[in-house]
Design a protein. Structure first.
Length: 372
């Protein structure tokens, strides 16, 4: 793959920030490991506005350098004035075109075998996922349309309530609706992951019980560690794990009660999730990219405007604010997965446990739901 000068400088800067150990003898904690980000993305946060092609040379170079094997990327409607169904169909078609354009570096994930294939071919697997079920309208058969188009992860709600159930910020903690139950059954039949991230507690519990297949909470924190609505209670975590599911811990401000999360907070939430769920059911869903932010001061002004926009739209959550970053300050950029692996090792996690958290647990869950 051809790298431009900007990509080279970005990688050089990331290398310079690493410990001064000769490259020939420095151990790579990600060597031969599968790394799956259960919710994230590929894009350049240094570029303002929408991009026709987010997979720039820099983005691809940093994704490869990060050791990432596969990532669940959000497509389709989340909020806004566009028609949810049309927006979602269009996003899938446009992403298909982008993956064809970048087939040397990226591949579309349909089954767990495609994640293994991505590792073998040194590509990045792209999992198509939704973060709001609004595109269902009143027709559960639309699940079939999106499943056949390659959507593999279906999050029932965003923060507000929708026709499927209650989000984490929905007043009154509403549960799964009858239509939501119909959609869950259809998702099970089409072997699509049911994701309860962003859902309210009652919707999460009811959906986990209604589903005939294991379900996931692909990006969350632990309410027992940080009491914020976007984090999950022990009851939710335990139920999901007991039914064979998966829980991904995010790198988000909700890990700290004041919104200023650090790597130690990520580790603390992983520790708690492992204690509640067991080591076979916990992974990572960072809810971020791997590309480094060059100018945090400039980014802060962009973020403040984005938070104001989210609040105006009624989709923001308690714990996010104009002065809190939607990432962990000391666990970002192309080295984030290596830093986490080292941190977990320092906390006493064995290599096989780190393997599970970085990707093997998601791969096991994906095999159960999608097939090998």
């Amino acid at each position: 793959m051809m790298h431009d000068r900007r990509s080279f400088l970005a990688l050089a800067a990331a290398t310079a920030a690493s410990p001064a150990i000769p490259a020939a003898i420095a151990p790579d904690p990600l060597k031969d490991r599968i790394v799956v980000n259960a919710l994230g993305g590929l894009g350049d946060p240094n570029i303002d506005g929408e991009q026709d092609d987010p997979f720039t040379p820099r983005v691809l170079a940093e994704a490869h350098a990060s050791g990432l094997t596969a990532v669940n990327c959000t497509l389709g409607y989340v909020s806004g004035p566009e028609d949810p169904f049309e927006k979602s169909v269009r996003d899938v078609a446009e992403t298909d075109a982008l993956l064809r354009r970048h087939s040397r570096d990226l591949l579309k994930v349909w089954t767990a075998a495609d994640i293994r294939r991505a590792q073998a071919e040194r590509k990045i697997g792209i999992v198509y996922g939704f973060q709001n079920g609004a595109m269902m309208g009143k027709d559960a058969s639309r699940v079939d349309i999106f499943a056949d188009l390659g959507v593999r992860v279906f999050q029932l709600t965003y923060n507000p309530a929708n026709q499927l159930g209650g989000g984490s910020m929905a007043p009154g903690n509403p549960g799964l609706t009858e239509f939501g139950r119909e959609v869950v059954a259809r998702l099970n039949a089409k072997r699509v992951m049911v994701d309860l991230s962003h859902s309210g507690q009652q919707t999460c519990l009811e959906a986990a019980r209604a589903s005939k297949a294991p379900i996931s909470i692909n990006h969350t924190g632990c309410r027992a560690v940080t009491d914020l609505p976007r984090n999950k209670t022990d009851e939710e975590l335990r139920l999901v794990a007991s039914r064979g599911g998966f829980v991904g811990i995010y790198f988000m401000p909700f890990l700290d009660p004041h919104g200023y999360a650090h790597a130690s907070d990520v580790a603390a939430h992983i520790d708690h999730a492992v204690e509640i769920c067991g080591e076979d059911h916990v992974g990572i869903g960072t809810d971020g990219t791997v590309s480094q932010i060059d100018d945090l001061k400039k980014y802060s002004s962009v973020l403040a405007a984005e938070i104001a926009k989210r609040r105006a739209a009624g989709i923001s959550a308690s714990g996010e604010g104009p002065d809190t970053y939607p990432f962990v300050v000391d666990l970002r950029g192309p080295e984030q997965f290596r830093k986490l692996a080292r941190l977990l090792g320092e906390r006493g996690y064995k290599p096989r446990q780190i393997d599970k958290i970085l990707g093997q647990n998601f791969l096991r869950f994906a095999t159960d739901v999608w097939g090998a």
